[in-house]
Design a binder for this molecule. Structure first.
Ligand code: GCU
Length: 336
């Protein structure tokens, strides 16, 4: 055989083998029956009792129905495949097909998403949804495409509130000198600094032991996460100041998205969209349930005036002038 032809065949073979190994790695490959069905791996950090996890379970069911079993999802919850940041990195490298993280964890990959960390950015819940479901929200879903990340939908993560172990946080002044766990987010760090506290970034999965060991004095989150993470066992004071509305974001690796055909993409998008509607309904109910459950477990819902926290956070808006976030801030305020 001609030498160049055999080198060519060898190259082709190596190429085919490498491509199929990559395909198997990112997608989970064929199912055990050896058919052409594909399984997408989805990892996230929340507990299986959490309403965001339940939303993703709904997406999984709908995708299997819509695709007649040709496209399936395996969900790995509770941080078993790593922290939010590690999961995002695995999407970029193609090791993992999908993840759901807070937009705060995305900030170091897609800085524009830092806008959701601005305290008291939205006038109310309807302003928040108008932005997410409108042009701005859609643009932010796809803005990370070149960094290997395609957003599919947002899940409701309500509003974030402080909680503390030893003393209640009634006013912004109470935060002075307190060590507060924050997400891996510059905006979250800026917020705690502005309030006079000491911000400590810790991965969500490591926070329970950090609270138990007194590494931090408190943290902040929405009620379903406060309950399902069992942080309420360590923190008996919950302050409903609603300082931020940071949505959760479902993403797929661009490398995987690009291997899906038109039909597969539309099945997946439809399943994600439907799950987001379902999850939002579930959210309202689960938030009330969580608040009732933690109170029954001895948590005090601290009487506070959110307007005082808003006033104390006000200087943060001015720091955005001239930054990458300024145009997004203006658009959100003008709702366009
Ligand atoms: C919320 C969010 C999670 C995130 C967590 C956190 O619960 O849904 O995705 O990990 O906040 O505070 O880190």
């Amino acid at each position: 055989m001609n030498k160049s032809v055999s080198y060519f065949s060898l190259g082709l073979l190596v190429g085919i083998l490498a491509a199929s190994a990559f395909y198997a790695l990112i997608s989970g490959g064929r199912d055990s029956a050896g058919s052409d069905n594909r399984i997408l791996k989805l990892a996230h950090g929340l507990d299986t009792t959490h309403p965001v996890h339940m939303g993703m379970e709904r997406m999984k069911e709908r995708l299997e129905e819509l695709s007649g079993g040709r496209l399936a999802i395996d969900i790995y919850p509770s941080g078993v495949l790593g922290s939010e940041v590690q999961c995002i990195e695995q999407l970029q490298s193609g090791e993992l097909a999908m993840t759901k993280t807070s937009t705060a964890a995305m900030e170091s990959f897609i800085p524009e998403l830092g806008i959701f960390g601005v305290p008291y950015l939205f006038d109310d819940e309807s302003h928040f949804w108008e932005v997410l479901e409108g042009k701005i929200g859609r643009e932010l879903l796809t803005i990370g495409r070149d960094t290997g990340l395609v957003g599919l939908c947002y899940y409701d993560a309500g509003s974030r509130n402080f909680y503390s172990a030893k003393k209640p946080i009634r006013t912004p002044e109470d935060l002075k000198g307190m060590k507060i766990r924050v997400q891996n987010s510059r905006m979250a760090i800026a917020m705690i600094e502005t309030l006079g506290g000491s911000p400590t970034p810790i991965a969500f999965g490591e926070l329970y032991s950090a609270l138990a060991q007194g590494v931090v004095d408190g943290a902040e989150n929405n009620p379903p996460s406060f309950e399902s993470s069992r942080h309420y066992e360590e923190c008996k004071f919950f302050t409903p100041d609603a300082h931020t509305r940071v949505p959760d974001l479902l993403m797929i690796s661009s490398a995987v998205w690009d291997t899906l055909d038109e039909r597969e993409r539309s099945w997946l998008q439809q399943a994600a969209d439907e799950s987001a509607v379902y999850q939002r309904e579930l959210w309202a109910v689960k938030t009330q349930e969580s608040l009732a459950n933690v109170q029954a477990a001895g948590v005090e819902i601290v009487d506070c005036d959110p307007r005082a926290f808003q006033a104390a956070c006000a200087p943060i808006m001015a720091t955005l002038q001239g930054s990458l976030l300024e145009p997004w801030l203006e658009r959100i305020q003008k709702r366009n």
